[in-house]
Write a protein that binds this ligand. Sequence first.
Ligand SMILES: [Zn+2]
Ligand SMILES: [Zn+2]
Length: 327
Amino acid sequence: MKWSRAKIQQKWSYFRKQRETPSGNFTEFVVRTYYSIDRCCRELGGNRCPSELVSSRRIKDAVYDGIYPEPDHDYDGVIGDCKKHLTEMGYLHTEEDGSITVIDKPLDFLLPGEHEAYLARFGQEARRVDKTAVRVGVRCASCGGQLVLRSGRYGLFFGCERFPQCKTVRSVADVTYDMLETAGLRLYSVTRPCWKCMRDIEVMSYFPYLDLAEMEPELARPLEKLEVLRLSALPGLDERLCRRYVTLRERYSKKAGFSYVGNSCPHCGALQGSQMTLGKVYRDLREYAARGTLQEHVREILPVTEETLPREAWKKTVEYLFGGTLL
Ligand SMILES: [Zn+2]
Ligand SMILES: [Zn+2]
């Protein structure tokens, strides 16, 4: 529940006045609570963090540091109140049944220089993360800044380079989908001998990782988990490809107990065992990429749309590979 505008204004004036002539610790607790949460969010590269990380128990020491050696009162209630005030004044809110805490705007009742002083005090973690950030050529939709891939304890995220002014945070799945949506997804083709009749055949597959790594070489290492995405991994797209290319067929593997899509030989009809053949194709393509001749092996560029590859399907796949990311 949000307070009325009048009540917020009243509280704001009170807090502001307390900054000038402090008469109690409560405002200081509010400010420290805010910066404890802010630090945790910055550490993760955005404006969100798991609420568990900023529970009263965890941030108690940071909030009480230098005021009480050990609070002789119900600190849980005090920090809870600070969060409630911050929420009701619109500085933060929680999402997903309270499991995610989100910082919405900077504290604006501080005196000149106070913000910097608090950042210095609560900022070490954020600086440490900044060093590992990977800048990519993808732009922030709200301010036009560059998006930065950051890794926190909870996995990879894209944040805006202009944080804290811009609080845009996007998931790896969303940004990579945007990249593929813009460029299309390449269907690669490599000539290999059929394992059965030994005649040369064309083996095709998509490898979104190769597309992304070529578009943004800096992402090659952090996104390595996407290497496993190849024919058979994206069902909707596989179906379309089977309709389009007679050599691509869906088969049921009794041994493995599931269906998969594979390349078949146009001469003898033998299905090219999916994983082993595609593993070789992938290694060939990596080689071509290193030599700069990957383009020559692009059979066609598949449009990426809600119809061919729904965003949700891509997100589910990527999140699965990354072991479930926060955003
Ligand atoms: Zn931005
Ligand atoms: Zn054959």
